[in-house]
Design a protein around this ligand. Structure first.
Ligand SMILES: [Zn+2]
Length: 175
């Protein structure tokens, strides 16, 4: 799917005039955008939250999650350091926590012995997020069912553990 096709297809999944559509329209150019000035113009209070960036990252049953990078940068308009977001142009499986059955969550945690991929530290469960390692190949896999008998190899191909505050991804493990 070309990027333009992907953008159009994603746009068709939002409700008309919804906040998320406005936020997506802003981010669809894959440039960096300042939350404080640009975000406020688009969606004031909701820009960063579930109605905006966070919701876009998470995805839904009908829409994949977006891979969005977030950084602190100096904004010339705001004249200070602010938070900026940039869509990489990639999508990933929707990350609603409910998407991964709890038995599989247990299995993933034990395969990795509760060690996160970035700092390689063993962490208590509430500090861990399960992340889909690869963006979906095809959109058709959005409602991908998770096979409980997945092998260790498959688990390692599909998932990785992140430290909860490492940002971006919100597939929280509920304890
Ligand atoms: Zn700004």
């Amino acid at each position: 799917m070309s990027n333009q096709d992907l953008v159009e297809k994603l746009k068709s999944t939002f409700r008309k005039n919804s906040t998320q559509l406005k936020v997506f329209n802003l981010l669809s150019d894959r440039e960096w955008h300042c939350r404080s000035c640009e975000g406020k113009n688009v969606a004031s209070e909701q820009y960063a939250g579930g109605g905006g960036i966070q919701g876009l990252q998470r995805g839904t049953k009908i829409r994949p999650g977006l891979e969005i990078n977030t950084e602190r940068k100096f904004c010339n308009t705001c004249q200070k350091q602010t938070t900026w977001d940039c869509w990489t142009g990639k999508i990933k499986a929707a990350n609603a926590p409910a998407n991964i059955p709890s038995e599989l969550v247990e299995k993933i945690l034990s395969v990795y012995s509760y060690v996160d991929v970035i700092e390689q530290r063993q962490r208590p469960r509430h500090e861990i997020i399960i992340d889909h390692r690869f963006p979906m190949e095809r959109w058709g896999n959005v409602e991908e069912t998770h096979n409980l008998n997945m092998s260790e190899t498959e688990i390692k191909q599909k998932f990785q553990l992140l430290k909860k505050d490492s940002g971006g991804n919100l597939n929280e493990v509920r304890s």
